[in-house]
Design a binder for this molecule. Structure first.
Ligand code: SF4
Length: 140
């Protein structure tokens, strides 16, 4: 995810997952797997193979609508989305202030309840508006 680096969004910098899947399908065959992951990857299998192939296609296929990830940064903020700081929680300050665990659990539970509304929901570079941090600055 070239967050904060719009140049990497140029068409010559990457290849779409659909294209990759087509190439693999033509050579070895490829089917959607019955195995469901618990992350953003789409799971496929090559017939007869023991393992699976998983595609996380941030560049070519937006999967924000089913994103279930949170990010705890080194700065102590728990963020519901890499491209959206709405609802983020300052866990470091709360923990250092001795806030009770049950209170923090409740805050995180509320954040999880709103996560699908907070999710970014668009394929974008993260370079527009005031959002200019790179992936490494978010902890990725
Ligand atoms: S932009 Fe946000 S909602 Fe979309 S995949 Fe990344 S973290 Fe998840």
């Amino acid at each position: 995810m070239p967050i904060g680096n719009g140049q990497l969004f140029g068409d010559h910098s990457w290849i779409s997952s659909a294209d990759l899947r087509d190439r693999i399908r033509q050579r070895w065959g490829l089917t959607e797997s019955q195995i469901c992951g618990n992350g953003p990857a789409d799971v496929f299998q090559i017939p007869g193979a023991k393992g699976t192939l998983r595609f996380i296609s941030q560049m070519s296929e937006c999967f924000c609508d089913r994103c279930n990830r949170l990010r705890l940064g080194a700065d102590g903020w728990l963020r519901p989305c890499l491209l959206n700081e709405t609802g983020q929680i300052d866990l470091k300050t709360s923990l250092r202030a001795g806030i009770r665990t049950v209170q923090l659990q409740e805050q995180v539970r509320q954040l999880l309840n709103f996560k699908c509304e907070i999710n970014f929901k668009q394929r974008d570079s993260g370079t527009v508006g005031s959002y200019t941090r790179t992936m490494s600055q978010i902890g990725g």
